[in-house]
Design a protein around this ligand. Sequence first.
Ligand code: SF4
Length: 485
Amino acid sequence: MKEMIYQTICPGCGVGCGLFIRENDEGKLSIDHMKSSPVNLGKLCRFGMKLPHYYAKANNAENMVDGSAVDAETAIKAAVDILKDADTDSVALLSVGNTSNEEQMAFTKLAETLGTVVQTGVQKMCMPEPRTLAGIEKAKKIVLFVDPYVQYPLIVRRLLAAKQNGAHVISVGTKPLNLADETLDLKPEQYGELELDSESLIIADVHPNSDAGMVSYVKALAKGTGAGLQFMKPFMNSNGAALLANKDGSRIGLAELMEDIELGNIRTLVTLDSDPVELMPDAEAAIEALKKLDKLIVISSVKGPATGMADVVIATDPVYSKAGTFLNVEDSLQKNSGTGKAGVDALSLLNAGIGGKTFTHDEMNYLVMKTIEASKDGPSGKMQCSGTDIAVSSTDIPEDMYELRYLYNPFMWSDREDDNDFVLLNRNTVKKLGLKKGGCVNLKGEKGELKMRFRVESIPDGLVLTAKKLSIAKGVSTAISMEVC
Ligand code: SF4
């Protein structure tokens, strides 16, 4: 039996765990652990272990025009016709970092020809330079603004090693963590109680739906105390996407981009492995916004809600079989052994079709390496302040209501099934509502009602956590009322 073995990284989050994907001659996929991968030493979380399911052929995108399957040439030609006719001021390109650096660079070339920029879903802002994940193990005090078990599972081993080295771990948040020495539910004005110094490390995250205020507070905390700051990111190549997007021009957040679509300022959207319906907390609102576009062009390796709505779908190779490189959250460059170049080739033809130059995968790789090299000349350890800072925002929850909050995780970002069909409530809430073990709770919001199973967790009063996208959610945080089913 002939078998292909691909050396690749997991597309589940920015940790970028290395693994092998085996593909037999019937197309059946299986996983092999890559013990030599310094990021994860062969270990994978539940999402990584389910990759054969994630990569199932039925999930692969297909070239389509107006809902009908076509060959790649026809799809690219249809996309060229759309872009040639479009008013360039009303065209937007979106790529959050779910694909290789080489495709990212090719997308940036397309943006340049169109006279626009690649939006990464995150507003341009000052960001600290990434730190090594191994550095977590050396910190004396670690403050977590993320739930590593749920959000970035393979940093747990780093945190446990840090604890063995004597680190004191504090979880600032809503949910107690097994590995934390203490969990503090602090308001930003109380962060001084953390008593951080230059031997401390803050681990937070930034993504298209981050609480902008929180990101600002965390950055201010690091700056004011001299503590190190590691921002985790949910996409396999978030760092590559940010580095390779056009240097000039305005980069706006995903919510702002969707608002521009809603308002009719953006009439044509081109996405590269970035599905707004999966990325936005309110999937229904995202679908309604996308319906307002004149044209939607989706360039993707996987099917998703947006591929079903697109005027044109240009299919690329599954991530594991792509040629190319990726930058994980610590800016470590990882390389796929695959040879698939369909994405770069399609972008080259698309670029040439609208008046730009053709390019090859090798040329894109050369530009990627040059850009990475040039980025190393930046001031080490300093905030990369190339944009304005973001404004503080908050959600007001009326006193008699509960806050339904998203607990983001790899399954949620890619809208894949997982065993997370329940909400977390605390004991007081369960008692107050008269909920019975094994029963269900009825969640009510402006968008309707939903019956859910629940689990009891030591979280603050008034909070309801979900690791699964819920139809009643309006955003990362939603005011709801609850009653027994
Ligand atoms: S920690 Fe992230 S990259 Fe690693 S296996 Fe899990 S989802 Fe994939």
